[in-house]
Design a protein around this ligand. Structure first.
Ligand code: TNX
Length: 508
């Protein structure tokens, strides 16, 4: 117990608990550079958050909303044009920071200064500050510890511009609140893309006003026979906005020409024989295809992409293209060529699973490497960049080991070390840094039914993927990371995350 500065018991312990060595802080993803100056700054009842540019007000409010419940302090948020005198947290924009997502966080005894070229960098600086505070701030309830931040400087920026995860909302549907929680959790680790797999054989999940039966019929099923569900365009826009406020871009996917049973069941005219198949509740892949030779197919694709592009501010629309096993290759190439042009016509760039490299690729198309290195290499030959999601390392739906309760294992068992201990630049010969836009961890949800399941498969592996996308390869190693991850236990628990407590990690 401590009263003011006088400790009655466990004095040594308390002294050691005072964070004074910034270099020993356990930040994930690991920052590029950390310099400690051996003292600390206290957040107290006088602490005010100042922001220097209107654009930063939402970030200032975001930080205040994290600090207020934990401290019980007012934490006012004020606009200010120059650096205030003391007890402040100051957010500012400055051209002295070179990169779009980079930031500098400087803590002295009298305050914290976060500066960046763009708001995104300020947001990442705020996430770093958040991890410098005691884990208990994440509980959202008033804590008793003093809030101390170790002094020093963090200079940081990401290695890759695309750091993402994918959530399959088709095999099992997850509502808006679940998606928002995923967004909240990804943003803590400076991830900036959430790919939503919005359609598949088992369900169609986005309202398309010109084709209403897609959701009316195709939205009503899911794996195992549950009731399914879908997002109205208003709900989707709400998700997009919520993500944007956390510097996450939503990448929507309409999987075509295979993985389309839900659409085919909704509209008989999309089938070559004109007959609608039954809705599908199983987990097989590769049995469905849009009818490549029908004119109406391209009217359908055009309407869907047009409506989706209109509510998607992000630059990419994902057209799937995986496992079209019942589409003859000639037809497949014809279809993917046309689908790319439709996406381009509606002002977006194309992302697609690695099989799309068989087609002609538009100059801005990105190939998502999941299965075959040769496809990714073919994509590079055709001028494409690659998004790295090799299933043996990056798939978040793979079991950790043979006794994991949920998940699949066709690609591999992926323990926490396997998910971390690989490099984007050396994974496949012929794919190097300049070919790669970043990394994404897909969570397919055949066996995933609720938020607890999502969290169990994503955490802690997604922290490793976040670090692979952010931290330079030569600054990463598993032996050091596993200790940092182990020290992160309190934070995962304060966030109430149902993580997999791998035996390979020395959980503190
Ligand atoms: C393959 S990965 C698929 C998905 C499945 C996944 C299960 C990819 C592009 N296609 O349809 O859900 O395996 O792990």
């Amino acid at each position: 117990t401590c009263i003011g500065l006088i400790c009655l018991t466990s004095c040594e312990f308390k002294k050691n608990a005072i964070p004074k060595d910034l270099a020993k802080q356990q930040i994930i993803p690991k920052p590029v550079s950390v310099t400690a100056t051996g003292s600390s700054f206290e957040i107290n009842s006088n602490t005010t958050i100042h922001y220097q540019d209107e654009e930063l007000q939402p970030i200032a409010n975001y930080l205040a909303e994290i600090l207020r419940p934990a401290t019980g302090f007012k934490i006012p948020v004020k606009v200010l044009s120059s650096k205030p005198s003391s007890d402040h947290i100051f957010l500012s924009l400055s051209d002295s920071i070179a990169t779009d997502e980079g930031y500098k966080l400087e803590t002295k005894e009298d305050g914290v200064l976060i500066k960046a070229k763009k708001p995104a960098g300020v947001f990442y600086g705020v996430q770093t500050l958040r991890q410098l505070l005691p884990a208990a701030i994440e509980k959202g309830t008033k804590m008793t510890d003093t809030l101390l931040v170790a002094t020093g400087t963090v200079i940081d920026n990401p290695s890759y511009g695309y750091r993402g995860a994918m959530l399959d909302v088709s095999r099992h549907f997850f509502g808006v609140d679940d998606v928002k929680r995923v967004i909240d959790l990804l943003s803590i680790y400076k991830m900036n893309r959430l790919h939503l797999h919005l359609s598949d054989d088992q369900g169609w999940r986005i309202e398309i006003k010109s084709w209403p039966k897609l959701t009316e019929i195709g939205g009503s099923s899911e794996v195992g026979g549950g009731e399914g569900g879908f997002y109205t365009q208003e709900q989707y826009k709400d998700i997009v906005k919520y993500a944007q406020d956390r510097f996450i871009t939503i990448v929507p996917e309409i999987d075509m020409p295979g993985h389309t049973n839900a659409a085919l069941a909704s509209y008989p005219e999309l089938n070559c024989d004109g007959k609608a198949p039954e809705l599908y509740h199983g987990t097989k892949v590769g049995f469905s295809t849009l009818c490549i030779e029908k004119e109406i197919t391209y009217k359908f694709v055009d309407d869907v992409i047009r409506e989706l592009a209109a509510i998607t501010p992000g630059e990419y629309i994902h057209i799937g293209g995986d496992e079209s096993h019942v589409t003859p290759i000639k037809d497949y190439i014809y279809f993917i060529n046309k689908a790319q042009k439709i996406v381009e016509k509606h002002g977006k760039k194309v992302l697609g699973w690695d099989e799309i490299a068989h087609s002609e690729l538009l100059p801005n198309t990105v190939v998502q490497y999941w299965a075959k290195g040769e496809n990714a290499l073919k994509g590079i030959e055709k001028g494409a960049k690659v998004l790295m999601s090799p299933s043996k390392k990056a798939y978040l739906d793979m079991k950790y080991d043979s006794i994991t309760r949920i998940g699949l294992h066709w690609a591999a068992y992926i323990e926490v070390d396997d998910a971390y201990d690989w490099n984007l630049e050396t994974y496949e010969e012929g794919i190097s840094k300049e070919n790669i836009i970043g990394v994404e961890g897909p969570l397919w949800t055949e066996t995933v039914e609720n938020m607890d399941d999502i969290e169990y498969l994503i955490f802690p592996r997604v922290l490793g993927l976040a670090e692979i996308g952010w931290t330079p390869t030569n600054q990463r190693n598993w032996e050091e990371y596993k200790v940092r991850l182990g020290n992160h236990k309190d934070r995962l628990e304060a966030l109430d995350i149902n993580y997999y407590p791998s035996k390979l990690v020395p959980w503190k």
